[in-house]
Design a binder for this molecule. Structure first.
Ligand SMILES: [Zn+2]
Length: 442
């Protein structure tokens, strides 16, 4: 390989072609100029030599995930667009540890990676928002096009506004008012398409071509993957033990792709024993990957199993951020899950309400519906015997409740209607706690 002075370059994961700059990547429609594949790794030329310093606070402070600037695909610090994203608490959730011990007889440590605490839009997607806004700014791009049902559109709207970049967001006809308002209030342009999410995507593509604008690239986007890998750095920085199990609500799967990238990059440095087992949970209302996985597992993962998956049009989930009915990333994500010794499963969407109530009561954290699917994945994994004595489990709390005001209203539980003070009974908190747990157990 030729000598390089630059900090990073992209490398096609199919043919190995090296792409010097994002500018070149963008000019080729975010595909490899040689073979046309849409998957590329960002390679850092110093081979992670300084990661130890960054993990031990020896460097000047940069906002948010940019404390890892040396291993993020940006050349100049002047182009950073940040709101402190990615540097969030990792809480220990002992109430889940107690449950595992009392009901399943196993001792675990359970942590919550609190991405609901991201300041900009209250979700995990702030990481991608910050990364994309910064890289686009550095490359002189002034417009960006996306189709969105969920959190990612809001994060892009917020961060691109901060970088003075115009976002054109295409939302399906049934997208919520909250969604429309959150994108629109940053002064970004919203088009409500008379059709479903697929129709919105098609129109976004056509619009971007007609106007020669950059279109958001989806789950394999190297910018998104690079932003998600900083989760692993944060585990190394903040936790005493590296997680052995990672649980996340699964839609497109950029999270696990990012974690796997970070683990590969750090492999030779012996900072941890092995990549965690991925337990990825879908809502039962939109579970193409879980269904494909169950089928493959039943057949003993025959040759080419990862290429077979269903496509669900118009999924009926009320959790917009989990509405990926066409799981294009399944061949990559499912192979990672198998390699890690993990599982792809699903969890009943209707049970997100009691779970969210319980978590709010026990931890004072108000998680959003997608995060409740992840916590549901923890309960399901216990029942299915997927967690083992001594596991260090980390649950990705991918969104807080402020993204879902309609969902929050459904959590109301303890209201009693009264006409006189004589009807105002006192509350017994222990009894209430028992009721919340009973709702989970039934
Ligand atoms: Zn290629």
């Amino acid at each position: 390989m030729r000598e390089r002075e630059q900090k990073f370059y992209l490398k096609c994961t199919s043919c190995g072609e090296e792409i010097d700059t994002f500018d070149k990547w963008f000019q080729h429609g975010q595909r490899c100029p040689e073979c046309g594949d849409n998957k590329a790794d960002v390679i850092y030329t110093d081979k992670m030599a300084r990661i130890d310093d960054l993990l031990h606070d020896k460097d000047p402070y940069f906002s948010g995930l940019w404390r890892y600037f040396d291993y993020l695909p940006l050349n100049s610090k002047e182009n950073i667009v940040s709101c402190g994203e990615g540097i969030v608490p990792i809480d220990r959730w002992r109430f889940l540890e107690k449950f595992a011990e009392e009901n399943h007889g196993i001792k675990l440590k359970v942590f919550a990676h609190r991405h609901d605490d991201n300041f900009a839009t209250g979700t995990f997607k702030d990481l991608a928002g910050s990364m994309i806004a910064s890289v686009l700014k550095e490359n002189g791009i002034k417009t960006y096009v996306t189709a969105s049902t969920g959190n990612v559109g809001v994060a892009y709207a917020r961060y691109l506004a901060a970088a003075d970049i115009t976002l054109y967001a295409f939302i399906p006809s049934n997208a919520s008012h909250a969604q429309e308002a959150e994108i629109g209030c940053f002064g970004q342009k919203v088009f409500r398409v008379n059709g479903d999410y697929q129709a919105a995507k098609e129109m976004a593509l056509e619009f971007s071509r007609k106007n020669n604008m950059l279109l958001a690239a989806g789950n394999f986007d190297p910018m998104r993957i690079e932003s998600k890998k900083t989760m692993v750095y944060e585990w190394l920085r903040l936790m005493l033990d590296f997680p052995t199990v990672y649980i996340q609500a699964l839609s497109g799967g950029t999270g696990p792709l990012g974690i796997a990238k970070a683990c590969r990059e750090l492999e030779s440095m012996k900072l941890f024993k092995k990549m965690p087992r991925f337990i990825l949970t879908q809502t039962d209302k939109c579970s193409p990957m879980a269904d494909a996985w169950a089928e493959a597992k039943k057949k003993g993962f025959p040759k080419g199993w990862e290429k077979s998956y269903p496509i669900y049009h118009d999924p009926e989930t009320i959790i917009p951020t989990l509405a990926t009915g066409y799981p294009k990333t399944y061949p990559s994500v499912s192979k990672l899950v198998l390699e890690s010794g993990g599982e792809i499963n699903d969890f009943p969407e209707e049970d997100t309400i009691p779970i969210t109530r319980l978590v709010a009561y026990e931890s004072a954290v108000r998680i959003g519906p997608a995060a409740a699917i992840a916590v549901g994945g923890f309960f399901r994994s216990l029942s299915d015997g997927l967690l083992k004595e001594g596991d260090i489990v980390i649950i990705n709390v991918g969104e807080g409740i402020r993204r879902a005001p309609g969902f929050m209203a459904k959590l109301i539980y303890s209201t009693t209607h009264v006409d006189s003070i004589g009807q105002c009974t006192l509350m017994d908190r222990e009894k209430y706690r028992k009721k919340l747990w009973d709702d989970i157990l039934k």
